[in-house]
Write a protein that binds this ligand. Structure first.
Ligand SMILES: Nc1ncnc2c1ncn2[C@@H]1O[C@H](COP(=O)(O)OP(=O)(O)OP(=O)(O)O)[C@@H](O)[C@H]1O
Ligand SMILES: [Mg+2]
Length: 391
């Protein structure tokens, strides 16, 4: 049978037989229609990318599993689709912004999405960060083609594993901190690090995804938009004039490690400004060396001046004593140890605090768009304006 988009398995991209069963993975094709706002499965774009099902969907984008027909490889493609502003025209697949008043915010979001692609292309060589292969615009929106990471989010992985022992957790996280160190050196901060945005594969290699809120850290004195993930964000991310830098990502890494080790979230950073009752991992029954605990707690300091200022400092403190003695702080007796991670569906949702800064921000990110209203066709020329050429 000739291989066409109709008879390719959308799980492994092998060949389907006449019974619509895959010869490679043995799965039966799921030919049920995609949700109306998604690209229909088996859509081909640019004569190159065959779209399968969505891998995930956030407020501003839908990420699909897809097949690169030229390179014959799986890819993940993120489409800019602001759920609250946008609808999709059936058949043409055009993304339409449903209300005139939402267009400005949507355009800013699209610009941010394009920035995400550009940010990622600068980081291609870093092992702890997802690689971007391609970027294009069509259907009135934009697409980022990334390497497909065969694994699950660290959040799901932790839900299956419960807590991780210190050595395992630190070994998993290390390449990510090393890559962040390089990324910070070129002046970029991620600002949305959490187990949702870290993918872990079977070999326990991890990669950071979702650079939608990444920023230049050297915008001295400039207002930064307030974008944060509750629980993972340090206090400076709650302030439009809070000075953000590598220390901002270091706090989020600290929370991620803390969560891996304890199955619990530390109290929210702004709460800790009033009364800091964070418990050390050893107080929660975790066996951890004094040095490692000290390093972790320093990365979790409420005020940025008390944290490591760069990932180099954190790496040295957390891993520096690899050849030294392993002095272990025993679990505090009688402390109840959590056996399942705290449900934190709410905590891990990217959040924007709608707050108007005194001056207009240099770059604004609006993560939670307004509710759906009347439908009107998208204004022409948006992509042209953003890319400097007419689409
Ligand atoms: N390169 C990839 N390989 C495999 N799966 C991926 C990849 N990128 C994203 N995903 C999957 O898609 C999900 C959503 O991706 P991502 O975190 O980039 O966007 P989001 O959080 O849904 O959207 P938003 O940008 O609106 O916050 C991820 O949790 C992951 O499961
Ligand atoms: Mg995400």
């Amino acid at each position: 049978m000739r291989r066409t988009n109709k008879n390719i398995c959308l799980y492994c991209f092998g060949d389907l037989n006449a019974e619509r069963e895959c010869g490679a993975c043995a799965k039966k094709a799921d030919d049920s229609p995609s949700p109306l706002h998604h690209l229909p499965q088996r859509t081909i774009i640019n004569k190159r990318y065959l779209f399968g099902k969505a891998l995930g969907e956030g407020g501003f984008g839908i990420t699909y599993l897809a097949w690169d027909i030229h390179l014959e490889t799986k890819v993940a493609i993120k489409e800019y689709f602001p759920t609250c502003y946008a609808t999709r025209t059936p058949k043409s697949n055009q993304v339409i912004i449903n209300c005139e008043s939402n267009k400005a915010a949507s355009n800013r979001g699209l610009k941010r999405f394009i920035d995400e692609a550009r940010t990622l292309t600068k980081l291609k060589h870093l092992p702890g960060i997802v690689t971007v292969h391609d970027f294009f615009t069509t259907n009135g929106t934009a697409y980022i083609v990334m390497e497909f990471l065969d694994g699950s989010s660290l959040k799901k992985y932790l839900a299956r594993q419960d807590k991780l022992p210190v050595d395992k957790a630190l070994a998993i996280i290390k390449p990510l901190i090393e890559s962040l160190e390089q990324m910070h050196k070129i002046g970029l901060i991620h600002r949305d690090i959490s187990p949702d945005n870290i993918i872990i594969n079977k070999k326990r290699e991890i990669k950071l995804i979702d650079f939608g809120t990444a920023k230049q850290s050297n915008l001295d004195g400039k207002t930064l938009s307030i974008v944060l993930k509750q629980g993972y964000a340090p206090e400076e991310q709650y302030r439009s004039h809070g000075e953000q830098g590598p220390w901002t990502d270091i706090y989020a890494i600290g929370v991620t490690i803390y969560y891996c080790l304890t199955g619990k979230m530390p109290p929210e950073s702004i709460q800790r400004m009033y009364k800091d009752n964070i418990l050390k991992p050893s107080e929660l029954g975790v066996e951890i060396s004094e040095q490692q605990e000290k390093a972790l707690m320093k990365s979790l300091a409420v005020y940025s001046k008390n944290r490591y200022q760069d990932c180099g400092g954190l790496l040295k403190a957390l891993y520096g004593q690899a050849n030294g003695s392993k002095q272990t702080t025993m679990a505090t007796s009688g402390t109840k140890v959590a056996t399942t991670p705290t449900p934190k569906q709410k905590d891990s949702t990217p959040k924007t605090i709608a707050k108007k800064p005194a001056k207009p921000p240099t770059k604004t990110i609006e993560k939670k768009p307004a509710k759906k209203t009347k439908k009107t066709p998208e204004k022409k020329g948006l992509l042209g304006r953003l890319f400097g050429k007419k689409k």
